[in-house]
Design a protein. Structure first.
Lengths: 111, 116
């Protein structure tokens, strides 16, 4: 069974640009959540989607948005990039409350 | 809001020895899950062990075991017979069962080094 797949793995953007990250969950998993990981703030919850509906959202500005498609694939978008958005963005999928399965992450560098 | 605290930013252990990583959490809820996740350098995060709060028995997975003290809100991870492959960041995480969300709240992590 394929794991959680995130693309792209690495990307470099400049301030003011926007970026879209993609996540394909494990087959059959309907819950997809996103986390931002930085050395200073650690792992912070961005949002969670379940059956195409945003079920929960973390404390991030409106520049951070996401969506989930009918096949459970999810995308997150960050507009008007700032230097502080440089981070590892992790996607995780879940079948139920027991465990999250994480992808390898998308490492974003903002110059 | 729930908080998770890992008070040991870094720890080290000799190969084949035992090490215990600490985690405390703050919650007013009675039903929840606790997790330990492992994140090796430049590799994906994987689940080490899980504990349901309603279970009194401490979870065990091979060389990994937890000491779950619900009243004290403490959830430590013991790694026995440490191996070089155990070197990683370890994150303690909390999940509420009352919100309908699968959101995890993570601690800041403990970086574990294994000395040959």
């Amino acid at each position: 069974k394929a794991g959680v797949t995130q693309t792209p793995r690495y990307l470099i953007k400049t301030r003011g640009q926007q970026v879209t990250l993609s996540c394909s969950p494990i087959s059959g998993h309907r819950s997809v959540s996103w986390y931002q990981q930085t050395p200073g703030q650690g792992l912070q919850f961005l949002f969670e989607y379940f059956s195409e509906t945003q079920r929960n959202k973390g404390n991030f500005p409106g520049r951070f948005s996401g969506r989930q498609f009918s096949n459970s694939r999810s995308e997150m978008n960050v507009s008007t990039l700032e230097l502080g958005d440089s981070a590892l963005y992790l996607c995780a999928s879940s079948l139920g409350p027991g465990e999250l399965f994480f992808g390898e992450g998308s490492r974003l560098t903002v110059l | 809001a729930q908080t998770v605290t890992q008070s040991q930013p870094e720890m080290s252990v000799q190969e084949a020895e035992t090490v215990t990583l600490s985690c405390t959490y703050d919650t007013s809820e009675s039903d929840y899950y606790l997790f330990w996740y492992k994140q090796p350098p430049s590799r994906q995060m994987i689940l080490v062990i899980r504990q349901e709060a309603y279970k009194q028995q401490n979870a065990t997975e091979n060389r990994f075991s937890v000491n779950f003290q619900k009243a004290a809100k403490s959830f430590s991870l013991k790694i026995s017979d440490s191996q070089l492959g155990d070197a990683a960041m370890y994150f303690c995480a909390y999940r509420s069962l009352g919100t309908g969300s699968y959101q995890l709240t993570f601690g800041k992590g403990t970086k574990l080094s294994v000395i040959p």
